[in-house]
Design a binder for this molecule. Sequence first.
Ligand SMILES: [Zn+2]
Ligand SMILES: [Zn+2]
Length: 362
Amino acid sequence: MRAAVCYESHMPLKVEELELSPPKANEAEVQLVGAGVCHSDYHFVDGHITPTTLPLVLGHEGAGVVTKIGPGVENVSPGDHIIFSMDAMCGYCRNCTLGRPTLCETYGRVFTMPDGTTRFSKDGRPYYSMVGIGTFADRTVVAADRLVKVRDDVPLEKACLIGCAVITGVGSVVHRAKVEAGTTVVVFGCGGVGLNVIQGAILASAAKIIAVDTVEFKLEKAREMGATDVINASLVEPGPRIAEITGGGADYAFEVVGWPDLVVQAFKSIRPGGTAVMVGVQPPETKITIDAWDLFQDRALIGAFHGSAMPRVDFPWLLDLYMDGRIKLDELITRYRPLDEINEAFEDMNNGVTARTVLTFG
Ligand SMILES: [Zn+2]
Ligand SMILES: [Zn+2]
């Protein structure tokens, strides 16, 4: 099988042949059909996050068909259509029991199988997989817990976006912030996840949905997804404009870039009683400084980890919404590329000319 491998930061990924061991107990093998290219993958390439497990097969957003199962697997069978979950979801730890599987205390976000070994290798050397999945590969073997079986009438090269971009954006709005109908929402950053904060705000019946970005293409996309107002931050100071549109500040602000200064800006854009939500992946050990008096006035600054998702409930729900025409997936996909063009897909993302690129296989 072939996979896109990160050997070190600041180097292009290398697409090459690897060996894939068959699934062991409680594991399954999946043939990939579609894999979304996310900024979180690129974070390992640009050094925003330093990879500690190398070589690393990147990719965490994907969908495919189960090809083999190991002993003890009961949740999926060969032939099932699945979406990969970044969350291990053991189902019995405290957080899983309380409905917070993104914060599963048993497995965490390991870059191996739960037993610490890998199924990818080359010449006997282990190759790690991003969040234990590694979707930039024709085939992958993962803990079966990470597979969510879904309806089989949705094209998998579209369904793949549900696993990261869609659930992270929508979930941050409906699960974490619990945005109420009639409130005002501002989103800083209109990439794949930001566009889905907009979709979440529509589902929540927000009164105003203000999109902020510096790239005109992304603001056009934001309008297409349903933003009521857009602000090009390279031309207009967002704070005063947001205050003007909302009559004194937004009820909710979402930071979806992973830039500490923008978290502060999001917090400053909310009115007393408002909530700012940090969705973007910040560089490790980042500190954020906010004004204590602002916080005192019933404001909240909260984090949202992977949209506080409940994948086994949310993924089928979101696909139903798509099939009923109530959320958009097609509009999020700017182009499809084969696995070999992963570095070109990153380049497009960095140039702001794509919302999402989906890698296709076979
Ligand atoms: Zn992602
Ligand atoms: Zn758990």
